[in-house]
Design a binder for this molecule. Structure first.
Ligand SMILES: [Ca+2]
Length: 493
């Protein structure tokens, strides 16, 4: 990894005259120091519902205060209408590529060992920032390719420590406890490594083979948050004098919600509340590392969740005022917590109900890093930097199509939402509606009322139809990459 960086920074002797000329030009330029590009620390929580954090109406209501994250919100901007994809994989893909995941064959969580992940043709935000000289690291769940050739260190990250798939697989090798409260689904029920490969924790550096650190089991799952944090903190310390992008893909509160032994029993309110307490503590450790490195002023911190709350007992999460669970197009699935802090730049304490989508972070962070987004493919994200900086009240997005896997299920537009497919819970069958269901999200937070289409608001279908038509036309022009597409991929001409 280090070698790669050094090679990139070496200049061939042929460019020395050019550098000398540039130095002369710089010498006559005003003496103002070039402002360093800010560092970016992106903390992405896993399955953290809208209603869990104190600042979003949870905290002590859920058995554990979240003072560090609440304080972060008071120091930056907090969004009430930040939207994600309905599942882990598509959201992570949207963040990495700025493209709706229906385009990149990553629109659903891969199950059962099918070929998975992002093609190497996609240009990730890590690749864009890395090309601008950023040191890049990620820790935690990747979920964008379980084969080594698609690990983060092949998609723009200098280093990675984490798992390629998902935390529930921690239970596969650990459920021999036939007297536990969980249903017995361990070795005696037929699982072994030959039937389905166990999940491994990997450590990887760019340009080197990845190393298997350990098999993920429930004991190890308990320490993952601490491990992720310690790697991220170490990276921040090492790169305090560089410019860096740290994508901290935290593991909480994905099921099984098992707290670190140091947090087990701490709140007295059960595993879930203990996990919430640990989440707040770990986020605080990252914030402390930034402060101790003396780089708080020049570091953008983003805290967000990848999707809505879990639906499966006993790990259910909470979605605050919104109805539904993840794996649906209900507001509980789409609206996630989002906080952005950039001292002196993003107005402290700002709160907005403007629509922002996670695809927007791609062009926004690219601009922060001085990078250009690719022009040879559709990028769905829109640059929201000026909105975050408080330069205008409205976001640069009015709406978006909401897919659940490969089903166009709903469209959001301003304070409206139109459902084409109705599904409240991840285990419900998706029902195609005979007529689009129009919801006013200011008067009907729970998306409960039927028949509003007939109460003078059918005009809402017009702007929504425009969003759908434009998106489908774009898919026509740029055919989506199919799920399971191998590398090398190149688009049809
Ligand atoms: Ca997730």
């Amino acid at each position: 990894m280090k070698g790669y960086k050094i090679v990139k920074r070496k200049f061939s002797t042929a460019v020395w005259p050019l550098l000398a000329a540039a130095a002369i030009l710089c010498a006559v330029a005003p003496a103002k120091a070039q402002e360093k590009q800010p560092n970016i620390v992106f903390m992405l929580m896993d399955n953290l519902g809208y209603g869990e954090l104190g600042v979003y109406g949870g905290g002590i209501l859920r058995g554990a205060p979240t003072p560090r994250i609440d304080k972060l919100a008071s120091e930056g901007m907090r969004l009430l209408n930040f939207n994600v994809e309905a599942q882990c994989t598509p959201t992570r893909s949207a963040l990495m590529t700025g493209r709706f995941p229906i385009r990149s064959g990553t629109y659903k969580v891969p199950l059962g060992g099918i070929p998975d992940g992002l093609t190497l043709w996609e240009v990730t935000i890590a690749e864009l920032l890395s090309a601008r000289g950023y040191a890049t690291g990620t820790w935690g769940k990747w979920h964008l390719g379980s084969a080594e050739a698609r690990f983060p260190t092949h998609q723009g990250f200098d280093e990675w420590y984490g798992i390629p798939r998902t935390y529930d697989e921690a239970m596969w090798p650990s459920l021999n406890e036939t007297n536990s409260m969980w249903p017995s689904v361990g070795n005696k029920q037929g699982w072994n490594a030959n039937v389905a490969p166990p999940e491994y924790i990997y450590e990887a550096h760019k340009g080197e083979n990845a190393r298997q650190v350990a098999q993920l089991n429930v004991d190890r799952r308990r320490t993952m948050e601490a491990e992720i944090t310690s790697h991220a903190v170490d990276f921040i310390k090492r790169n305090a004098n560089a410019t860096f992008f740290a994508y901290v893909a935290f593991s909480l509160v994905h099921f099984p919600t098992l707290p670190n032994p140091e947090f087990a029993g701490k709140t007295g309110n059960g595993d879930w509340a203990d996990c919430l307490a640990e989440m707040d503590y770990r986020a605080g450790q990252i914030l402390d590392a930034i402060k101790e490195a003396g780089i708080e002023e020049n570091t953008i911190v983003i805290f967000a969740s990848d999707n809505g709350p879990e639906a499966t007992h006993p790990w259910e999460g909470d979605s605050g005022p919104w109805r539904g669970t993840y794996f649906t197009a209900m507001e509980a699935a789409l609206r996630a917590p989002f906080i952005i802090r950039w001292p002196g730049k993003v107005p402290a304490g700002a709160v907005s109900n403007e629509i922002v989508h996670i695809v927007d972070l791609y062009p926004t962070l690219a601009r922060v890093g001085g990078a250009e987004v690719p022009k040879d493919r559709p990028i769905d994200g829109v640059d929201q930097l000026d909105f975050f900086l408080g330069k205008h009240e409205h976001s640069n997005r009015e709406g978006f199509p909401a897919y659940v896997a490969d089903r166009l299920s709903a469209v959001k537009w301003r304070n409206w939402k139109v459902h084409f497919i109705w599904q409240e819970n991840m285990y419900d069958p998706p029902l195609t509606l005979p007529l689009p269901k129009v919801i006013n999200l200011l008067t009907d937070l729970k998306e409960k009322r039927d028949g509003e289409l007939y109460q003078g608001i059918s005009w809402v279908v017009a702007p929504v139809t425009k969003i759908v038509a434009e998106f489908l036309e774009s898919l026509e022009k740029y055919p989506p990459i199919k799920l399971g597409t191998p590398d090398p991929y190149s688009p049809p001409r």
